[in-house]
Write a protein that binds this ligand. Structure first.
Ligand SMILES: Nc1ncnc2c1ncn2[C@@H]1O[C@H](COP(=O)(O)OP(=O)(O)OP(=O)(O)O)[C@@H](O)[C@H]1O
Length: 267
């Protein structure tokens, strides 16, 4: 594997300077690597800078220190090599499911038969074929989030960025969505960077979990739930029952409570 492949973040920092107020150091000296085809999870207490880091990778926020690159190219702004899915459902209400999924492809002018193939493929991947001609307001929250995922994946991003994508869903739908996502990214070999503050979600989805500390946000620990290779794919119960899962869960809870006790201190 080429050393520059995947996402590389080196010494990234972000200090917000709003007129008249003291500068706020949101992130400091964050270095991490996410190899192609892996799912990375940014986990940490509220306000530790997870969303800021994700937005920096998306090119929506400029780092005030350090550098980021994707597959050897520096990140200098938003680009089609990265696709973003937000917590709120970002479908166009006036377009059907199929038109929503096709939208991104339309504006990039892909060849039409290839485009239709990609649209149908991803509609099926997120299991929306029965409602492909419905409008977003006719769908449940989970379905609408699946539209957003299909639309983003149909553009074949090198890196899929997700900011608490299932945070607004009820637990049952959330589990289904996590399973669905994992199935798709394994099949498509998508590289994913996902923000979560849910330990179970992080350990279930992540090949690697980046735990951030707060005030300022730093990378405190890199956790690799490698024990998952001993658990049948998708068997959540076996996963939650695994002694190593319980150990990591406890360990992360401890990190969270340590961070919680330092919250509110000045940055
Ligand atoms: N545009 C901004 N201007 C000033 N400060 C900001 C801005 N955006 C974020 N911050 C600050 O940076 C820090 C990190 O915020 P961020 O939203 O990245 O954290 P988070 O870990 O994603 O939080 P949560 O889990 O609550 O969503 C916070 O202290 C926040 O107040």
């Amino acid at each position: 594997m080429h050393t520059a492949s995947g996402l590389i973040i080196e010494g990234a920092g972000k200090t917000f300077r709003a007129g008249g107020r003291d500068p706020r150091v949101a992130l400091e000296g964050v270095s991490l690597q996410l190899p192609p085809g892996q799912v990375g999870v940014l986990l940490g207490p509220s306000g530790c800078g997870k969303s800021t880091l994700l937005r920096m990778v998306a090119g929506l926020e400029e780092p005030t220190a350090g550098a980021l690159s994707l597959n050897g190219r520096p990140v200098t702004g938003p680009g089609r090599d990265r696709g973003m899915v937000f917590q709120s459902y970002t479908s166009f209400p006036w377009l059907t499911v199929r038109q929503n999924v096709a939208y991104g492809l339309k504006i990039t002018g892909d060849h039409s038969s290839l485009r239709e193939g990609a649209v149908e493929h991803f509609i099926q991947a997120v299991r929306l074929q029965d409602v492909a001609d419905a409008y977003p307001h006719e769908l449940s929250g989970g379905m609408r989030q699946r539209v957003a995922i299909a639309r983003t994946l149909a553009n074949h991003p090198e890196l899929l960025l997700m900011d608490e994508p299932f945070g607004a869903l009820d637990p049952e739908t959330r589990w289904q969505m996590q399973e669905l996502l994992l199935g798709i990214v394994r099949k498509e070999r998508t590289t994913v960077l996902l923000v979560s503050h849910d330990i179970e979600e992080a350990l279930y989805l992540g090949d690697v979990v980046f735990f951030l500390s707060s005030h300022p946000g730093r990378l405190r620990e890199v956790i690799r739930p490698d024990f998952k290779k001993d658990v049948p794919a998708g068997d959540r119960e076996a996963l939650l029952d695994h002694p190593e899962y319980r150990r990591l869960d406890m360990h992360i809870r401890r990190l969270m409570s340590e961070e919680g006790s330092t919250q509110g201190q000045p940055a």
